[in-house]
Ligand binder design. Sequence first.
Ligand code: SF4
Ligand code: SF4
Ligand code: FES
Length: 241
Amino acid sequence: MPINLNINEQNLKAQEGETLLTVARREGIPLPTLCFLEGLSVAGSCRLCLVEVEGSSKLQPACALKVTEGLSVKTATERLKRYRKMIVELLFAEGNHVCAVCVSNGNCELQDLAVQMGVDHIRFSYQFPERKVDLSHPLFGFDANRCVLCTRCVRACDEIEGAHTWDVAGRGQSAHIISDMAQPWGSATSCTSCSKCVAVCPVGALFGKGVSVAEMKHQPAVVDFLASARREQNWHKKEEQ
Ligand code: SF4
Ligand code: SF4
Ligand code: FES
């Protein structure tokens, strides 16, 4: 039975079990995302996809919000725009993002979001945290200064590769990404060097060794391809399309 809902005064139909983000994307309604990635489980942690739900004072993340009959939401109010811009600014302020010397300069989802939201300066104090760069893996590097804690690497490594090398340690401001038992990536015996974590990182935190400034291009769509190929047992999907 189709579900009737309303997005931005537009009456739409959806299927039971779908999320608001899925419906919005299908209908061409723009919604910014960072932690969400097609093919991975939903983290709902970055809060960039927040929407206003009629009858509720609480903002809800569209990536985690399952559609229900009569659901009515707004996705682009001034309040939401203000929050989203603030979230992006806070991400810049809490890490050390020096775009001019970043491997992902020009190919970075955080930069793209900042451009979309008209971020031309940061209104918050930079935290300048002391964070390490891990170059112990023979093929890849991890620069924690640029990590936005989206956990895409954690989920891709666990759910798609089945290695579970990455995890989040600590809470709140001290939360950070670790490999195996908080040891250097190069000594993490669970890592198969498959590169899936590098492919899905939205920023320049995970990169291939040997790439220079602005050369790192991530391939986040790879996990959706693998997830749906496994689900449908069709490994030729791309060629057929
Ligand atoms: S290279 Fe593969 S196995 Fe190693 S940490 Fe990344 S996703 Fe996990
Ligand atoms: S290393 Fe990249 S993919 Fe992993 S949590 Fe940090 S920003 Fe996200
Ligand atoms: S994309 Fe929905 S909370 Fe991150």
